[in-house]
Design a protein around this ligand. Sequence first.
Ligand SMILES: C[S@@+](CC[C@H](N)C(=O)[O-])C[C@H]1O[C@@H](n2cnc3c(N)ncnc32)[C@H](O)[C@@H]1O
Length: 336
Amino acid sequence: MSAAVSPEKILQLGFGFWGSKTLLSAIELGLFTQLAEGPLGHAELEKRLGLHPRSSRDFFDALVALGMLRKDGDRYANTPECAQFLDRSKPTYVGGILEMLNARLYGFWGSLSEALKTGKPQNESKAGGDIFGQLYSDPARLRGFLAAMTGVSMGSAMAIAQKFPWKEYKTFFDVGGAQGAVAVQVARAHPHVTGGSWDLPQTGPIFEEYVRSHGLEKRLRFQAGNFFKEPLPKADVLIMGHILHDWDLPTKKMLVKKAYDALPAGGAFLVYEALIDDARRENAFGLLMSLNMLIETPGGFDYTGADCQGWMREAGFRETRVEHLVGPDSMVVGIK
Ligand SMILES: C[S@@+](CC[C@H](N)C(=O)[O-])C[C@H]1O[C@@H](n2cnc3c(N)ncnc32)[C@H](O)[C@@H]1O
């Protein structure tokens, strides 16, 4: 055996879910929100979270060792990151997506091998039915899902507001805009722009509530629509984030064509996802996201920037480009 070869990387990846689930349970139990006011001693924190004495010390200290808590003597405190992003009472909370990982995907990914063999979804729609119908039939699940979308898209939303040349455009619709993370970030950064979300009707009240909480109700509006039944709305810019990856190839192409048809000449189509690198060997998050589409949908899959530019060109877009946004996320821009 070569001295340079070690099993460490393999074991670290294999054991990865231990640390992941410890963090997800801490979020579920509200640990970081409890610590928002300041550090707490071990006994007080144990009592507030309703933990068994057998578990609490190891749980808290494991989070310290994982870099998710600070410890000073017997007192535990939030790290700066956890204070900003995992305190439920802050607008910067990104735990929505992590709550969904804990409540839904952690269990569903337990059936990954079955999905790999059958090609069939492993979530609520395992017995049939469509994912959005299943998710949206329960108000709490609907709200949780839309908040999760805000969590997963916030970084991209901020980058889209910064990197896209909004000066050249006045109106936009985010197609499948969910709670409104992108709409709000764009409107906040560019006072001359108006727009909104065009999405299934059940999402309207949740979008409007989020927009009102940012004081943007005069510039952002909700319009109900269903992209299987209607043309897309007219605007200078149409956005689709985590939409194309939900569907099979013919549906992806149908949606790209509908965006082309709805835009004016010179209008822009902006698609953002955890785009897979063209060689399909680097963006592990994008590739795992595609496996997540295997778990969640009957035909969805993630794709590369080259794939998406090809569909755009085929639909008639005269100019296309790929631009990195943040972390694993990039956008593809098509100009009509
Ligand atoms: C995976 S979420 C993406 C949300 C958001 N764009 C983001 O990236 O955070 C998919 C969105 O598509 C919307 N959607 C699903 N089916 C739709 C349909 N037939 N017509 C319009 N919107 C739809 C959902 O309501 C949801 O908001």
